[in-house]
Design a protein around this ligand. Structure first.
Ligand code: ZN
Length: 147
């Protein structure tokens, strides 16, 4: 399933205009272009589902399996103290792109908890993606302790 009007289907999954940190036959994970914190990653199914109401269960489970698998890598890569896993469904729940996605947002005890988006250069996103890819590859890496 593909939607030409969907920025994730078209730009990320088809055209690969993203800093990709992980992918398999069902799922892609990439840097959010407007991160809440450095290391903010999105995990999406390759097929287009608008939200939790229409996503197929096996695909849903794979998206969340991958989210669980790469979260420790994201936390290690940026030296985070904590992590938010977020998922919005519907415009009134603050969903902006109507292709199912999960946010992995690293958090730092030294910073105020906020949900504001930042503008960052593509180069910075790619550097962060390299750090996260390296941590994903390091499967014997320690499981980070959260504060
Ligand atoms: Zn889509």
């Amino acid at each position: 399933m593909y939607s030409e009007n969907c920025v994730f289907c078209r730009d990320v999954i088809r055209d690969r205009k993203a800093s990709i940190v992980y992918e398999n036959d069902q799922v892609m994970a990439f840097m959010d272009i407007a991160p809440v914190e450095p290391g903010h990653v999105l995990v999406v199914p390759r097929d287009h589902y608008a939200n939790i109401m229409d996503i197929d269960e096996p695909v849903y489970l794979e998206v969340h399996r991958v989210t669980r698998m790469i979260s420790p890598a994201v936390v290690r890569a940026v030296g985070a103290d904590a992590v938010n896993i977020g998922q919005n469904n519907g415009a009134c729940a603050n969903q902006r792109v109507f292709h199912y996605h999960v946010h992995i947002i690293p958090r730092f005890c030294s910073r105020e908890l906020n949900w504001g988006r930042k503008t960052v250069e593509d180069e910075e996103l790619e550097q962060m993606a390299v750090l996260i890819r390296n941590e994903i590859a390091d499967r014997v890496g320690r499981i980070p302790e959260l504060r």
